[in-house]
Write a protein that binds this ligand. Structure first.
Ligand code: CP3
Length: 354
């Protein structure tokens, strides 16, 4: 099928574009009243993820409002541990929880690789439905959590501030930790390849918690497994390259290592300047980011100024995908996102001279 807007794929490949492409992490979600309405109809969050038609509906909602250059599958990173039998549930206002956290070496040994095509068929069904509905409008982005980020939720059993349990395992029983991460790397590889076969045209690995590690621990327990995944992915489908974006939140200090991972692009949060990043790695990979999501709480004029600053920081040429430095907040006013889009459309073409 013909892709009518390939700006995102072109920027990820460093090829010329007419303006800087944009999508937003968590672009479908609670800040949109139409999302809240569909979510209400679905029942629980996981019911929404499991229903291909409703998952498709919310995936497309932000595209109806904003001139985005990519759609991201509506799902969650915690579908893999859920498929491994940990019993995922969401307590209102408290984030995700697992009925059976993995706290011991015995619990790690008892885990089995999920059969992604069977146990996560609802994700592939959603992707196929979304591809049909998109009808070539923009590329579809698939995603997964990184092994380390999935392990943090699996061992902690919930969101955590101090990572007490998962770091106890990392420092106290590194063999068990490696066994868990190895299993997760295999599961994520299978999962992303199934997503690509089901129609994902770009994939992003979310390493939300890699930035909580020491440098040697990051390299050994997070990056190494992401490299293993990247090496095992399908890189071409439907005659086009399937780019991989690697996003380690707070990972700016390891940029050179991440750029060497085999990924096509590195996602950056707002704590790393794009100009510094570009000075450090040049055009080795594309860069994605990096508006602080909190900027969207300010006035349209302030939003415009930050968009201008970020475009200028990356500078002239392709290889930049505009995004937030992390997911959009549920408290964002949707009209402020219009200000972001307008600024980007007005200001970015000058950075792409013909
Ligand atoms: O970007 C998109 O539009 C696609 C959808 C998406 C969701 N979660 C939907 C969601 C994506 C890409 C994710 C990834 C995800 N999920 C991450 C990695 C990215 C990041 O933000 O760091 C993580 C760590 C999770 C785990 C997770 N899922 C948490 C911590 C929560 C609770 C968040 C909260 O604000 O309460 C979820 C639930 C979740 N995932 C929601 C959405 C829209 C909110 C659930 C609801 O509607 O009640």
């Amino acid at each position: 099928m013909e892709l009518r807007n390939d700006r995102l794929l072109r920027a990820l490949a460093g090829q010329p574009v007419d303006r800087t492409p944009v999508w937003m992490m968590r672009q479908a979600g609670r800040y949109l009243p139409e999302y809240r309405a569909t979510r209400e109809r679905a029942g629980s969050f996981m019911d929404l993820c499991r229903d291909a038609d409703m998952a498709c509906e919310v995936t497309l909602q932000p595209l109806e409002r904003y001139p985005l250059d990519g759609a991201i599958l509506f799902s969650d990173i915690l579908t893999i541990p859920d498929a491994m039998g940990l019993g995922l549930y969401f307590e209102t206002g408290e984030g995700p929880k697992f009925r059976k956290p993995v706290r011991t070496a015995e619990a790690v040994s008892a885990l089995e690789l999920p059969d992604v095509e069977h146990d996560l068929d609802y994700v592939m069904n959603a992707l196929r439905t979304i591809r049909t509905e998109l009808n070539g409008r923009v590329p579809l982005i698939g995603f997964s959590g990184s092994p380390w980020t999935l392990a943090t939720y699996m061992v902690e059993g919930a969101s955590s501030k101090d990572f007490r349990h998962v770091k106890s395992m990392l420092y106290g029983n590194p063999d068990a930790m490696h066994q868990l991460l190895d299993l997760l790397a295999q599961a994520v590889t299978d999962y992303l390849n199934a997503q690509i076969r089901a129609g994902a045209q770009v994939v992003q690995i979310f390493d939300t918690w890699g930035g909580t590690l020491t440098t040697p621990a990051y390299l050994e327990f997070s990056l190494r497994y992401m490299e293993q995944i990247v090496a095992g992915l399908i890189r071409e489908q439907e005659g086009r390259r399937v780019p991989v974006i690697l996003f380690t939140k707070n990972g700016g200090q390891w940029l050179e290592h991440i750029a060497d991972s085999g990924a096509d692009a590195v996602g950056l949060d707002w704590t790393t300047e794009l100009s510094d990043a570009r000075r450090r790695i040049g055009h080795q990979v594309a860069l994605q980011g990096n508006l602080d999501p909190n900027v969207l709480f300010a006035s349209p004029a302030a939003i415009r100024a930050e968009v201008a600053r970020i475009l200028d920081s990356f500078g002239e040429g392709s290889g930049h995908v505009f995004n937030l430095g992390h997911g959009i907040s549920q408290f964002t006013d949707p009209t402020h996102v219009d200000a972001l889009m307008e600024a980007l459309h007005e200001l970015s073409p000058t950075y792409h001279p013909v």
